[in-house]
Design a protein around this ligand. Structure first.
Ligand code: NI
Length: 511
């Protein structure tokens, strides 16, 4: 069966322009999807083409789920007026998280539990009044094994339905023909023999996108269609071949990918309120830089830190901080920084500090040095593009660091000594209780400004710690008297020496 079909495929191959199946990095732990597009600023090396700007779909915002203990980070989109879009993505994320949690822990080489991590990133790949395409990359790491899965969900906005890939094709025959064309390209993979390649007709082709020329791009994660050494595979089926096979919905999807247009959302609202959440102009506000900085060796200081944002409610958090005259530090992830440049500008204007929390929120210790450098460099660039200033601090995702990471990171690494567990409890009262109970002079407090419950908790945290005499400072202010060294790790700052101190204040943790 297969070989007969393949024979046909091979004959057909002679009359087709060969597509593109680029080689991927050989180190499976370090591989990123191959790129068939020329690198552009932003997210060049992760996608067959860079994700589209979310500005095309007014009001769209990201939803982030994180689990600091199980090392899960998932990011998807909510589109106003189209709840089905978020629902379908969330269902896919839930399924991946369930599968990840349900998988047996594998033993590491040393006998201990092997490192595990799940990362799900989404991006917009097609947009029009009729059709929306959202592509997600799911990376699972278990011990030495890394696997990637690609999935593109196409949404018919007129009916609110998510389409299976086959529904983009005119009929069963044309769908079969398309899979034959994909097979031809797979057979042409330079690194794999025919026997190694899985026939595409046994696969669902979960990720189909269209580039600016209208060519179809079908993505496969490592090991899905070819041996691991081949890496991720992107198959291109030329525009002329695919356009004859698509049905009406498929043509709409192709158009949305080829020539993306904005979605006229009735409930349109700006992604970034012009001024955070609208407290008016900052003009005339005192410049925080002119206010004398507290000396954290003499007074009680605490550095509140917010990771993984900026999120949809970060503007509201900035309002709260401003009212309390409190400063904070934001460790931002690249995609969110790119989405909310004005929020970043406002942070700096109001005296806060911005740190780097990488692009994909991956466990850096399991990446090759060049991938680590890209994770950090791309986010630094996004912050600099938005504000003119590159971050001078970095927080490794999950606090995971080792000598390799320290060697690559060229700024100080900031951990924490107070974990509010806000990502887990999702309850403002509990977050307040944890923060207030554990904060000591010199503490660095870990929170996440992507959760509403955390934003709700901050006023009470400021009130209660403020009543105890704490000054709310940025991480750099907290550590100013110690001096920060690039590549060194800090988890807390100095505390004022108390005369009857039970434990002498330890200046800082540095390793
Ligand atoms: Ni984080």
């Amino acid at each position: 069966m297969v070989s007969a079909r393949r024979l046909t495929a091979l004959v057909l191959a002679a009359v087709l322009i060969s597509g593109c199946a680029p080689a991927a990095p050989l180190d499976p732990g370090a591989s990123e999807p191959s790129s068939t597009a020329a690198p552009t600023a932003g997210v060049p090396w992760f996608a067959p083409r860079p994700g589209l700007s979310l500005d095309l779909v007014p009001g769209t915002h990201e939803v982030v789920r994180s689990d600091e203990v199980h090392r899960i980070f998932a990011r998807w989109f909510a589109v106003p007026g189209h709840p089905e879009v978020e629902r379908a993505q969330q269902a896919a994320v839930d399924a991946s998280i369930d599968a990840f949690r349900g998988a047996p822990e594998s033993a590491g080489h040393g006998g201990g539990t092997a490192p595990r991590e799940l990362s799900i990133e989404s991006e917009l790949t097609g947009s029009s009044a009729e059709m929306l395409g959202i592509r997600s990359t799911t990376t699972t790491i278990s011990g030495d094994a890394t696997s990637k899965e690609y999935r593109t969900q196409w949404f018919d906005l007129n009916t609110g339905r998510m389409l299976e890939t086959r529904e983009l094709f005119a009929d069963a025959q044309r769908w079969a023909r398309f899979r034959d064309l994909v097979d031809i390209e797979l057979l042409g993979l330079p690194e794999a023999g025919e026997k190694d390649v899985v026939a595409a007709d046994s696969l669902q082709l979960l990720s189909l996108n269209f580039d600016a020329s209208g060519d179809a791009l079908v993505e496969f994660g490592e090991h899905v269609v070819a041996p691991g050494a081949v890496g991720d595979v992107v198959v291109k089926v030329p525009s002329t071949a695919v356009s004859a096979l698509l049905g009406n919905l498929g043509k709409q999807a192709r158009e949305a990918g080829m020539r993306p247009t904005g979605l006229p959302a009735s409930k349109s609202r700006p992604l970034e309120p012009v001024d955070g959440s609208g407290t008016g102009s900052h003009v005339g506000d005192p410049d925080p830089g002119e206010v004398a900085e507290p000396d954290c060796r003499k007074v009680k200081c605490v550095a509140l830190t917010f990771d993984d944002g900026p999120g949809p409610k970060t503007g509201q958090l900035l309002d709260v901080l401003k009212q309390a005259e409190a400063l904070a530090t934001f460790f931002v992830v690249g995609p969110n920084a790119q989405m909310r440049p004005k929020t970043l500008v406002r942070m700096l204007e109001e005296g806060h500090e911005i740190g780097n929390h990488t692009w994909h929120h991956r466990v850096l210790t399991s990446l090759a040095p060049e991938d680590m450098a890209r994770e950090i460099g791309s986010t630094a660039r996004a912050v600099k593009d938005a504000t003119g200033v590159a971050p001078t601090l970095m927080r490794p995702p999950y606090g995971a660091t080792n000598a390799k990471v320290k060697a690559v990171v060229d700024v100080p690494l900031i951990l924490w000594d107070v974990d509010t567990l806000d990502w887990k409890v999702r309850n403002a009262r509990q977050v307040v209780a944890n923060a207030v109970r554990d904060t000591k002079p010199g503490s660095i407090v870990l929170m996440h400004d992507i959760h509403s419950s955390t934003i709700e908790a901050v006023p009470a945290i400021l009130r209660k710690l403020g009543a105890q005499g704490f000054h709310f400072v940025t991480v750099s202010q907290l550590l100013a008297s110690v001096g920060l060294t690039d590549g060194a790790v800090y988890a807390r700052g100095p505390a004022p020496a108390k005369t009857p101190a039970k434990k002498p204040a330890k200046a800082l943790t540095k390793s």
